[in-house]
Structures are given as C-alpha cells and as structure tokens.
Design a protein. Structure first.
Length: 355
C-alpha cells in the first residue's frame, strides 16, 4: 500500500504533466489505489454506471482528502454547466445577472450572506437530486434479475466485466466459488469496494443493497453513516501518528525535496496555503490546532447550514470591494471567474491573496 506522503510527492512532481489527471482517477478515490486498470475512457457510460465517482459535487473534500477545487463553482452554479471558456462573454454576463437576481431574494440589488447561504443550500440540493436521478439508472445496470436488490457477487461480476473480464466466465466462477485469478491491483480495488459496499448495507444487514443503499455506496454524502465512513478513511490516510486526529502538519505535509521547476514549486505553495487556510479557519472549529473526526464530519456534511453560511461569507469576501459585506452586480461581474470558472470575462484575479 502506497503511503499518503508518497502519493503527495508524486502529485508534486507531476502536477504539470498529463499524468496528474491519471493520478486523480483513483477507482476507489483513495491515493493508494491509482489502478492501472482504468484504461477505458471516463466517458465510457458502462464503467461510470457501476463505479463510485472519483468526485462528489458540492462536497468540500474529495474522497482522497484533497480539497475540491471546483467547490465554489458547484455551489454557485448548481447543475448549470452552461458557463464555459467557449461561451461569448456578453452571454456569460447575462447568465450571471440572471443568477444574481435569483440569489437576491429581497430585490435590494445586493446579495447578503444569508441570501448566499440559502442559495448554496439550494444548489447543493440540486446536486443531491441529480445524484438520485442518476443512481436509478446505475442501479438498474447492476441489478440483472430486476428484483430490486443487488448482492455483492452481482456487483463484482459487473465490475469485473467493465474491466475487460468475460462476464459469463466470471459469473460461472463466482457461482462455483472458483478462483478468479485476478491481478493484485484489481483484487485490492475489489477489497476496498467491498468494505464500502458492506458499510452501505444498513442494519439489519442482509448482504444485499436496495436502491437507496446503493445510492449511499456511490454517493456517501447522502448517508450520515457513509459520510462517517468516508471521513474515517480520509483520517486514516492522513494520520501519521495513529491518534485518529489530524494536526496541521499532517494535513498539509509535503515531502522534503527539490521540485523540477519554479512553476511546480508555486503550485505546491498554493496547495499548502489553501490547505492551511481551510484547516485553521474552517475545519478546526474550536481552534485547538487539532482536527477531530467529529470536526471533519461536520465540515464534510454538504447540508450543514452553519458551513453554508461560513462559505457564503467567504465567497462574498472575495469580491466585496467596497467592504459592505454584500455583493452588488458589478462585483459579481468583476470576480465572476471565481464563481463560474469561466476565463473569458475581464476579472480582477488578485483580490485577496488568501483566496
């Protein structure tokens, strides 16, 4: 099993190469499981239908413990994906104006923290509903006998078939409890998935998942129990002294060593700065310089109203040029890239260095 530090070191050295994308495509969304088996395109619908996603929309940490860099855009745009670098700038501004008018509930031509908080909650709920909708199709894909339940063996057969194994042969071997002769990497992924599978099997455990339990398997943010499981996995990967808590140094640790060029060093510095800020100002709620599992659970809960308000205040602070703790439409236009990710509009990018 590759250590967390080794994984981070690999990211630091490969940030500028295409391998960066590959390293993040962890089948089980753990740093240690960068399986070479994911040779198929991510656009392969069958594969996406039966594997837990690498990324959860509207959740602040990825399942491997990395910060979700698209979080602000996800909770501002919801499921609206129309903003892009190819869009005409004037059209993007018009869309931003429409969003502004929706967030501005009291129509006073400015957005307050409370209005932004409610908007964030609404957009997060959109992601939840989208996941539920997709889950229905995904569940049908792995429920061959259409009995409304999926056993681990049924899922394993579909998973291995998506990896290029002959489905009929695998099914026969599973039925007869014969050795599947799976390579070590595939076996490791299966074991990790199996842990997650049985965590999603709500008590009383019956060894099969219904559609709701399958949703928790694919999207742990929908289940408090699975959210706890995901947090424990993240802590396990980051915790260096085994005390089941995280210090700042554990949360931001990078291995000592030279980087290939200054740009890579700058990326590493940004990575550390972002994680340090998140640890000190957001996750460590009692400011005792230790993050407990409970604090991380609250931080990871996408429907936590306090977190949504805190996020709203942070988002407003980025563009609040007149320091009135509200956003006007001009400020939203000027700093629209922060909210939408679009790079075509003329935005000031160096507002508050900490952001």
């Amino acid at each position: 099993m590759v250590s967390k530090q080794a994984f981070i070191f690999s990211l630091g050295s490969l940030y500028l190469s295409l391998l960066f994308v590959f390293l993040l495509m962890d089948v089980y969304a753990r740093p240690a499981n960068n399986s070479a088996l994911k040779e198929k395109s991510l656009d392969n619908k069958n594969e996406n239908e039966i594997l837990p996603p690498d990324h959860l929309n509207g959740v602040k940490l990825e399942m491997d413990g990395h910060l979700n860099k698209e979080f602000h855009q996800e909770v501002f745009l919801g499921t609206d994906t129309e903003f892009s670098e190819d869009s005409e700038p004037r059209r993007n501004r018009k869309k931003l104006a429409v969003i502004f008018s929706k967030v501005d509930v009291n129509k006073d031509n400015q957005i307050s923290a409370q209005e932004m908080q409610q908007w964030i909650m609404d957009k997060t709920e959109e992601h939840f509903k989208e996941a539920v909708k997709e889950n229905k199709l995904h569940f049908q894909a792995v429920d061959p006998d259409k009995d409304g339940f999926v056993s681990w063996d049924e899922y394993k057969i579909k998973f291995l078939a998506s990896k290029g194994f002959n489905e009929a042969e695998v099914a026969e071997k599973v039925k007869n409890n014969e050795d599947l002769k799976i390579d070590e990497e595939t076996q490791e992924v299966l074991e990790n998935l199996k842990d997650r599978w049985f965590q999603a099997d709500n008590p009383p455990a019956d060894q099969v998942l219904n559609e709701q339990e399958f949703l928790a398997f694919l999207h742990p943010e929908h289940s408090r129990g699975m959210l706890k499981f995901m947090v424990k996995e993240i802590v396990r990967d980051l915790d260096q002294d085994g005390d089941k808590k995280l210090t700042l140094s554990e949360f931001i640790s990078l291995p000592v060593g030279t980087v290939e060029n200054q740009q890579a060093q700058d990326i590493d510095d940004d990575w550390v700065r972002d994680r340090k800020k998140e640890f000190e100002e957001v996750i460590d709620t009692n400011h005792d310089h230790i993050v407990t599992i409970e604090e991380l659970e609250e931080y990871m809960d996408p429907m936590n109203e306090y977190n949504a308000l805190n996020e709203a205040r942070q988002m407003i602070a980025v563009a609040d040029e007149n320091q009135d703790h509200h956003l006007n439409l001009g400020e939203v236009f000027k700093y629209g890239e922060y909210f939408t990710g679009s790079k075509l509009m003329d935005y000031a990018r160096n507002v508050h260095e900490e952001f």
